[in-house]
Each structure stands twice: as structure tokens, then as C-alpha cells.
Write a protein that binds this ligand. Sequence first.
Ligand SMILES: Nc1ncnc2c1ncn2[C@@H]1O[C@H](COP(=O)(O)OP(=O)(O)OP(=O)(O)O)[C@@H](O)[C@H]1O
Length: 423
Amino acid sequence: MSEQPAADDTNPGQDRTGPMLDVSDLAVSFGGQSVVSGVDFSVDRGSLVGLVGPNGAGKTTVLRTIKGTLDPDIGTVRVDGEPIHRKSAKAVSRLVASTPQGTALSFDFSVRQTVEMGRTPHLGRFDRMDEADRRAVETAMERASVTQFADRPFTSLSGGERQRVLLARALAQETPVLLLDEPTASLDINHAVRTLELVRALVDDGKTAVAAIHDLNLAARYCDELVLLAGGGIRAAGRPADVLTSDTLGDAFDAETLVTTQPGTDAPLVTPLPEQESVARRVHVVGTGKPAAAAVSKLVGAGCRVSIGVVPAGDMAAERAADLDCEAVTVPAFAGIDDPARQHAVDLASAADAVVVAGETGDGNSTVLEAGNARLAVETDESAPASNARDTVPLTALPAAVASLPSAEERDATRLPAQSTTD
Ligand SMILES: Nc1ncnc2c1ncn2[C@@H]1O[C@H](COP(=O)(O)OP(=O)(O)OP(=O)(O)O)[C@@H](O)[C@H]1O
């Protein structure tokens, strides 16, 4: 029989206002060694926040503190407006369910018995489960797709199957808040996506969830907001596209990344790039002004052989190219682009490994852009991203982005030979 809520239970009604979960100025240390401090974020009802960050940044520590397993040095965690430290462990368990990072359980219960443990906060010590409890267990097993394992010993399951059982246990707890520590860690891509689709569906139905997720692209795709932990605190927080920028990731993970967009969504797509000593690529730049000049400098600095054009003589980018001994196809200012200049630039673009668009290109350069292989655009704050570019990258990531593309020779080698008509 399900126990009545204790006196210190809040009733997390949907009509309450304010965030469902509020973490305020949290600091946690182990043996006097600070792990995180100044951790401040809140999670709205019916939303999913992803905790991301490098190994050891404190994601698990923050999750454990939220559910009350660890006491913070300072700071408060409120669930539905109530500080959790004022509540009994059982009362907290009626509000917050969690799945652990590891899946090692030493006891050998069946899967159903393991999921039934999720009902503990709703039962008195010697109570038996009633019909409603059993229904909650069956529903949780179905939602996590583990019903087919119900009678198997938990320890006989694979790591990924165990992870889904532990999610089912958390669902059986029927709490308004769900904390997930690496819910997809040992899952194959199909089950990882299905698990996050399930979490998303639960959140869309009104649950509030925080999940530590290593895979930044899955986090970006499924979370409403991200909190990036690094260096002992929050490095960035907000919408995935605002948090997962090349600069922020460079600081937090000490890694060069290319950030583009996941196909069919507006979620960012993070591609880690190898560290580049020297980028031995031929690059043709199309553009003018400061953005094009900066791109030329960046590429030359990275070891690329750079050409530019067509560009008006006297333009900042043309002068920069001249200073750096790069070939520049120029026409007199305000004269328009003539055919020989255009053809010369088309030849350079066709022979280059990559064409980089930076700043204004001018209509007359459209043939040059079409001639070029693997087009990249440099992000500028001056104007809209150049049209027809395949990917837009920040200036800092430009050399690595160029290096990640196949060279012109590699591309030619993989091109299918033209079919002979004489055969
Ligand atoms: N019980 C403990 N005693 C001492 N130090 C600890 C303890 N638990 C965690 N730490 C330390 O706290 C830091 C944060 O650990 P935590 O597990 O929270 O990081 P994380 O971001 O979850 O890492 P990962 O991505 O590797 O899972 C680490 O340096 C870790 O060694």
C-alpha cells in the first residue's frame, strides 16, 4: 500500500510558480579540497538541463549534492521552492529520483525486484505493494523497454541493459525531478538515442530533469539548456548554441573544435579537431576588408599557401595579401570585375584545396565561388554569413577546419572516372 506523504513533503503541484529545481551558490569540497564553488542554476518545470564538462569537473558531485547524498560547504538546493536539507531522506526520495553513473550492484535481485525498489519511498517499512505500486513498476519497465528482462537476474544483463533497468527504477519512483548521471554511457547509439528520446518525452510530459552527459552532440540535441562545468565552477550556461562555442569549448576542454549545426535541427554539432602543427593546404580566399584580411593572416600563420581574389586594389585584404607574399587577383577599385581577372581567380579557386569566404564577396565573384572545392565561411560580426558556404566556422578554428577537409588531390582520386562513350 502506498504511504501517505509525510508532513514535511511538499506537494509539487503544477500550479506553483518558480523553478522546480534551484541550485544556489553551491560549493563542495572533499577533505578541504574544493571541487566546485559558486554553482548557481535553476531548472524550470518540464525542462531538461544537461550538465557537461571535462572529466573531473564535478558533474557527479553536483548531482549527488542536489539529491542530498553530499552536503555542500555552502549553498542551497531547493526543490519546488523548499530547501532539501530541511527534508527527511524519504521525503527527498519522493521528489528526486536518480540513476547512478555505474551499474555495478552487488546483490542479485531480478530486474522486476530491482525496479520495485523504486517504490520504497512510497511504502512503509513493512508495507506490501498494492495494485498502484505494481502498475507503476510495470509502466516504468515498459517505458524503459526492459519488460522482456523482468525475471532475469540484474547481474546477468549487459551494461547497457542494466542502465535501462536503473532508469526504470527511477521512473517507478514517480518523482517530479529526475537526475541522470551519464544515462547513455554504456549504450549503443540506437539505445542512447532511444533513452534520450524517452527522457525528452518524460520532460515534455512535465518532469524536470538534469542529466550529466559526456556526448556534447546528444546533450545539445536533447537538452533545453546546458550548464558547462570546468575549472571548479560554471564556465557557461544557457541554450546549447550559446554554451557550445569553439571559444568556450577551447577554454573548458583545452581542445580545438569545429562547431557547426546538426542536420535538420538548430542544435550545435561539435567536432573535435586534431591539433595542427602546420596546415599544408592551398586555400583561396574570396572576400574583402577586415574579415578577409584576418582570414589571410590566420591561414598564412598556420602554414597554408594562400591566394585571394577577385578583390579591389587598395582593399585591406589585398594589402594584407601583398604584405604576406600571397597571390592576389585585383581589379581597380570601383571598376567591376573583368573577365581575365575572374578567370584567373577561378583557376586559383579550382586548384585550391579549400575556398574560404570571409566578409563581403561582391556579386562578380559568384563564378569564383562556384569553381571552388569545399567551401568554408568565416564567422564575422559585420555581416550575414556568406551565401553558399558549406560550413561557417569561427576564425580561430579556420586552420583546423581547413585541415579536416580532404585535399584537392584526395578529392580527385575518389572522384568516379567519367564513363567512356567509346566502350
Ligand atoms: N569521495 C571523493 N573523495 C575525494 N575526491 C573526490 C571524491 N569524489 C569525487 N572526487 C573528486 O572530485 C572531482 C570531481 O569529481 P566528479 O566525479 O564529480 O567529476 P565528473 O565531472 O563527474 O567527472 P567524470 O566526467 O569523469 O565522471 C574529481 O577530481 C574527483 O577526483
